[in-house]
Design a protein around this ligand. Structure first.
Ligand SMILES: C[S@@+](CC[C@H](N)C(=O)[O-])C[C@H]1O[C@@H](n2cnc3c(N)ncnc32)[C@H](O)[C@@H]1O
Length: 407
């Protein structure tokens, strides 16, 4: 009798080239783990990887799990919808799966000292964020991106930092299958030197002036183009473009080809965004003050969402901000002709956000391309203070030191 055909015939034969050492190591690992063949071992490793990477790909549409109601529509504009309520309801119920091109957001940070807009406890942060992460995976298109602006935090009473925002990043990649496209740092040159106790009084830390911005995606190949966010050329690059460039090997070993001298319209920016967050007057603030509404205390400047919206979406795409606050993301999306959805828990912030959509068309921030200045490390050659370092790490707060004011 003929043998029945195999359901799943293993008909592909694949050759791998390995060094002797690699082969020995793989074979001994496989046999130690009880596999009869290298093929079985390889299949096992692949399955393991695939389940970890895509564990949350098929997010259960178990909205009941989160027991939150659907949010209510608060205001509609030509391109956008502003909702009032819990973002979990929006992410798990209201929005269609695979419908959003970019999630651009700044969630409440994990702080030790809570602020007025309801920050989450740094220690509990990742657990708090999990259901949002699931919902974000659910609604984001395969080629879409998730951009999270998040500030760091100090531990209570000691001069060391919380790891919560790094833990969030690792959890999003390890447990929810996101890829880290790139980590950005947003340097705010106008940040005050805090916490005063560590920075100004004991003088044992420097000022914390960067937020992290995690750019994540569902695949390693989300849609993106850095040509949308080019920076002006430096004076030396302009002169090089004008006067020509001789291709040569750099001291670093990089071979700079003659293509380096080609004018591409601007330079590729670094993953450091330099932008002061100082806007204290403007139509939004005027509206809030005139209507006795709170001005949102944790707004990001419009240029932050503008940068990622330009780089990661096309006109007509859908941008979502699940922690919208004063709806900066909505205003910028509307101006850039993207569709948008924003939501916030706090109705007082939404009332203020309406300022961005009454009467006049939403505006992009005014163009100001003045570069900021930052000195190279040790620019003063350590000339100011030659006293010995505190052996105790600054644990004793010296009276003399505490009288010093910061400069
Ligand atoms: C850092 S602020 C965002 C500020 C915003 N980027 C802006 O420029 O105005 C975070 C916001 O998330 C809101 N929020 C916190 N939990 C929420 C939830 N479960 N659903 C919706 N919004 C939430 C807070 O009310 C707060 O306004």
């Amino acid at each position: 009798m003929a043998r029945p055909k195999k359901q799943n015939p293993r008909s592909r034969l694949v050759n791998f080239r390995l060094t002797e050492a690699e082969f020995d190591s793989i074979e001994s690992e496989a046999s130690a783990a009880g596999f009869e063949s290298l093929s079985d071992y390889l299949r096992y490793l692949h399955e393991q990887h695939a389940t970890t990477a895509y564990k949350h790909k098929g997010v259960k549409e178990n909205a009941v799990l989160y027991g939150v109601p659907e949010p209510s529509l608060y205001r509609k504009t030509e391109r956008g919808k502003l909702y009032h309520g819990d973002a979990l309801g929006l992410l798990h119920k209201t929005l269609e799966p695979d419908s959003v091109d970019l999630i651009m957001t700044s969630p409440p940070f994990g702080l030790v000292r809570k602020k007025s807009y309801g920050n989450e406890d740094a220690d509990q942060y990742v657990e708090w964020f999990r259901p949002f992460a699931e919902g974000m995976r659910r609604v984001l298109k395969q080629k879409g991106s998730l951009v999270i602006d998040i500030g760091g935090s100090w531990k209570k009473g000691i001069p060391t930092r919380s790891l919560y925002h790094f833990e969030l990043l690792i959890t999003l990649c390890r447990d929810y299958g996101f890829h880290l496209c790139q980590e950005y740092y947003w340097w705010n040159p106008a940040k005050l030197p805090t916490p005063a106790e560590w920075v100004n009084i004991r003088r044992i830390r420097v000022k914390d002036a960067v937020n992290c911005i995690w750019w994540l995606s569902q695949t390693p190949w989300p849609k993106a183009s850095n040509k949308r966010v080019l920076a002006p050329y430096s004076e030396s690059m302009k002169s090089l473009l004008k006067n020509g460039y001789t291709p040569k090997l750099r001291p670093s070993g990089h071979d700079i080809s003659d293509k380096f001298g080609k004018d591409n319209g601007g330079s590729v920016p670094p993953n450091l965004l330099a932008l002061a967050n100082t806007e204290s007057n403007g139509a939004y603030q005027d509206y809030c003050r005139a209507n006795h509404l709170p001005v949102h205390p944790a707004r990001f400047p419009g240029r932050i969402p503008e940068y990622f919206i330009r780089m990661l979406t096309d006109k007509g795409d859908l941008v979502l901000d699940p922690f919208a606050g004063s709806c900066v993301t909505g205003e910028i999306s509307e101006s850039l002709e993207r569709n948008w959805i924003c939501i916030d828990l706090d109705e007082m912030y939404l009332k203020g956000a309406l300022a961005r959509f009454v009467g006049i068309k939403p505006q992009l921030p005014k163009v100001d391309s003045t570069p900021y200045q930052i000195y190279p490390p040790c620019s003063m050659n350590g000339a100011l203070d030659d006293s010995l370092l505190p052996e105790d790490g600054g644990v004793k707060r010296s009276v003399e030191k505490s009288r010093q004011t910061f400069r």
